[in-house]
Design a protein around this ligand. Sequence first.
Ligand code: HEM
Length: 513
Amino acid sequence: MEAWFIFIILISFCLCLLITLLFSSHSKTSRHPLPPGPLRVPIIGSVLWLRRSFTELQPILRSLHAKHGPIVTLPIGPRPSVFISDRSLAHKALIQNGAVFSDRPKSLATSKVTNSNQHSVTSAFYGPTWRLLRRNLASEMLHATRIQSFSGTRKWVLHTLLNRLRSNSESGKSIKVIDHLQYSMFSLLVFMCFGEKLDDDQIKDIEYVQRRYLLNFDRFTVLNFWPRLTKILLRKRWEELLQIRKEQEDVLVPLIRARKKAKEEAINTPDPEVVVPYVDTLLDLQWPEEKRKLDEGEIVSLCSEFINAGTDTTSTALQWIMANLVKYPHVQERLVEEIREIMRDRKEKEVKEEDLGKLPYLKAVILEGLRRHPPAHFVLPHAVSEDVVFNNYLVPKNGTVNFMVSDMGWDPNVWESPMEFKPERFLNYTEKNGGEAFDITGNREIKMMPFGAGRRMCPGYNLAILLLEYFVANLIWSFEWRTSNGGEVDMTEKEEFTVVMENPLEVCVFPRS
Ligand code: HEM
């Protein structure tokens, strides 16, 4: 089915290209060439490139960069994709020319189903819709005081996780860590989103509908070749996508309605102790241009984005960091020693959030984890708001601009032995800088950018770092972590929604007395 379908698409693309070439105008910028890249085989090449994942592209991009320099183009799909691997060029684009490089490309047809036609923070064009949603998320949920208001929730999630690990350790079974980490981050983000402690089954239902789309993403790519045609020729697959969306709405809409009701009732008796969940902030919003409130479908898309953006990224980073602590027991031991210093005269067992600032080695472990194993090897695709000349090349408005996060963090010109896991490098860095904290935002200079940089930088980076520090400190302080059966930790990577461990970490944990 797919072979003849792609044949029809190729013929159609040829016609479109011909028409575009005949009628395209010549502007000032079009006198500059696109950044260099592989020989372009019109149409067929584009379709073949589109079928490759980002992980498959990475080694190809590296050899292209070695040949052509730090900015190259691949003809992925109908539009050119520019790839930037150099941290100084990333700074020039994202920080110095942030106003131009902060747009997003037009979403593909399948993504429009899940992002309500680009009404989400990640997908919205750089304009009033994005500004409204981003400001709401950053100030109402991710501002320091709002993050602080959820400290009780983090404590609850941590204790549930520790209890689960404890009961596994008592039975002597080896533990597949990622399942527990993912469940914990889900419970936390779901609470922040809906303000309710849901039971196991409800959380598993949400986890199921959320992950189903992410893990099936590749199967739906083909639908974007020519949506009008695929809606006829690949009708069953479109129905499958719409069914996944419907199931997501079936699970999330009742939670949104319950919150709306609770909010209306609370107007008469507001409780200052109660936290404000994300849905409440969305119920109050109004689209700036259409002058109407958000509909239920749009709220579903935004809640889904909030849960997905915060869950897989954080649990992936946690798994990589724990894997390194298991692989390198001397790092684990040094971390325990640092924690022991501050816990010496304490009765209670928990490392509190207020303690985290006194643990520089812990911070170094987290930063090294994010540098060596960034959950996202590329930022989300950017777009320029107009054709621009950048580094003497044309970066066209109708293309995408991609930044290679992992390669920047592995740059041997900045990091000595970049592929080794050495948290000490961040202690050295801090001392060299006269005690100034490492600048993860890259505002002054980009040395690594696990959260991106500039106006589209991850708004959740403060929350993410807090979660990583709090959970790693307590997981290590509560248990000694070892590989199951004395085996090796396999650090092979695999691309899912994030870049995960191909063979998930399996451990035995032993309570520390
Ligand atoms: C270790 C955890 C995390 C990592 C590594 C991470 C990484 C990233 C990256 C690389 C981007 C793309 C930036 C760009 O396109 O230039 C991004 C965007 C985003 N992240 Fe995160 N993130 C994490 C946690 C979170 C959390 C906890 C939240 C919220 C609850 C969040 C919400 C978002 C949103 C909404 C965007 C889109 C921003 C925009 O387009 O304006 N992330 N993140």
